[in-house]
Design a protein around this ligand. Sequence first.
Ligand SMILES: [Zn+2]
Length: 161
Amino acid sequence: MTNAEDMLAHAAAHAGELAAPGLSPRPVRKVAVLACMDTRIDLFPMLGLRRGDAHLLRNAGGLVTDDAIRSLSVSQRRLGTEEVVVVMHDGCGLLGAGDDQFAHELAADGAEPPWRMGGFADVEQALREGLARLRSSPELPHRDRISGFVFDPETGALRKP
Ligand SMILES: [Zn+2]
């Protein structure tokens, strides 16, 4: 059985819990969270979120990419969010990762995408750069409440960069 088949069966058995009749697609807490896709980050208990509270965006690194800005722009301009929280973490796979090597691997398979993998040398510096990019992005009409945290998967602590 594939994961997809397992997942479909699981969802079918839990449809009653999954249904959200009447829940608004507009985030109740008017916040969007951008986080790394890392398996150890469980955003709901970490941030005290419940379904319906927030938009959750995840990518490799929790990086402020063009596509993250696209989604945050839709979140603010169409769905009422006014605040952004970015979560990066210690032990990220992008820490010390080589963009050139990754691009070389892609090119060897005939892929020359416009994006870079986004490796970084210092997670706190990378987070500060991401926050600075958000604060200077006119795609986002609300830029006065943009925050970021670094999560330590070993201790469970969140810290400011
Ligand atoms: Zn990560």
